[in-house]
Ligand binder design. Structure first.
Ligand SMILES: *[C@@H]1O[C@H](CO)[C@@H](O)[C@H](O)[C@H]1NC(C)=O
Ligand SMILES: *[C@@H]1O[C@H](CO)[C@@H](O)[C@H](O)[C@H]1NC(C)=O
Ligand SMILES: *[C@@H]1O[C@H](CO)[C@@H](O)[C@H](O)[C@H]1NC(C)=O
Length: 311
């Protein structure tokens, strides 16, 4: 009940309309979900999740890869670059993962209270995607959340330079982009930038946890056709359901939904905004704690998940 009350307080402007699922204009999938096992989660989502968790640790502990258990879970990683100030500009880091022969970009997120107030702030509506940066998207009518794009733009150039240098120096043929919450939303934009900038022989994967909606239908379609995002939504976390669809926002496809708190039961959700997954959640069941986790294998996000390195 406490969670519900805080959500109501944070989302006053949407209370006049149904938040979840009803009363929207976009396309929502009603396709049946398909099986997704713990083994599937561990082979595809665990490693990106472990990197996204580290993005919440202090800058200094990331630089030296001494952030305690979260860093110990990922040996053989070489830190390459970081940016942001953990305040206005959330931290990101670039690293080389020798075990996976990849360059990793992980974006820091923010807590559920902050992300919900950002998502509910009327000054952050949909704005045009920066077509100077993404010239191929001109004329497609792509709009994204202005706050996410502003956050992305503050570090995009330096981040991309770091990734290109990392690829050249290590010979890696894969880039893994990941983040939780706000970090997941920025990761989708970073993923789009890296995908169009690297040689086509380089594989780019984008993974998000607790991903809010980041743009309109055209953005969702662009992510599906040109980028490819996989994102995990945990039970009754309200963040994947905002901003609401009736305000023009739409999720891309690629959702993996956690159905209960055993950390073992997941489903893959075909199509965009599948009603059988987070999009179909009821406002009455909201649990804000689900945003930080645990998701599976005790994967939780936030400064408290980085006890040895938190600032
Ligand atoms: C990773 O580290 C382990 C333990 O230090 C080592 O045995 C293994 O060879 C390393 N793998 C790579 C790819 O460097
Ligand atoms: C758009 O992207 C260009 C780089 O391609 C950048 O220089 C410019 O600042 C960006 N515009 C905004 C409004 O962020
Ligand atoms: C909300 O989620 C947290 C963990 O994410 C869990 O511990 C708690 O029991 C849940 N609350 C309810 C009412 O289900």
């Amino acid at each position: 009940m406490f969670a519900l009350i805080s959500l109501l307080a944070l989302l006053p402007s949407v209370l006049s309309a149904p938040i979840f699922g009803l009363g929207d204009d976009g396309e929502s999938s009603t396709e049946a979900t398909t099986a997704f096992s713990l083994a599937d989660a561990e082979s595809t989502l665990l490693r990106p999740g472990q990197f996204a968790r580290i993005a919440y640790c202090s800058s200094q502990s990331i630089t030296t890869w001494t952030c305690g258990e979260p860093c110990k879970a990922l040996p053989n990683v070489t830190f390459l670059q970081s940016g942001g100030d953990q305040g206005l500009i959330p931290l990101y880091f670039v690293a080389h993962d020798a075990d996976d022969q990849s360059i990793v970009v992980a974006h820091e997120g923010t807590d559920s209270k902050n992300i919900l107030s950002i998502l509910n702030d009327a000054k952050f509506g949909l704005v045009d995607l920066n077509v100077t940066r993404f010239p191929d998207t001109a004329g497609k009518g792509i709009k994204v959340h202005s706050g996410f794009q502003e956050t992305f733009e503050r570090t995009a150039d330096g981040l991309l330079a770091g990734v290109m240098k990392g690829l050249a120096d290590t010979g890696a043929k894969k880039v893994v982009v990941t983040g939780h919450s706000l970090g997941a939303a920025v990761a989708t934009m970073t993923g789009a930038l890296i995908k169009k900038s690297v040689d086509p022989s380089v594989e780019v994967t984008v993974t998000g946890f607790g991903l809010p909606r980041g743009g309109n239908q055209a953005w969702a379609d662009f992510l599906d056709s040109d980028v490819g995002v996989t994102f995990m939504s945990n039970q009754n976390d309200p963040v994947p359901s905002v901003p609401p669809r009736f305000t023009g926002f739409q999720h891309s496809s690629g959702e993996i939904h956690i159905t209960d708190d055993t950390q073992k039961n997941f489903v893959a959700c075909p199509g965009q905004d599948n009603e059988n997954c987070a999009t179909g959640n009821s406002l009455l069941d909201v649990n804000v704690s689900n945003h930080k986790g645990p998701y599976f294998d005790d994967l939780s996000f936030g400064h408290s998940a980085c006890p040895d390195g938190a600032t």
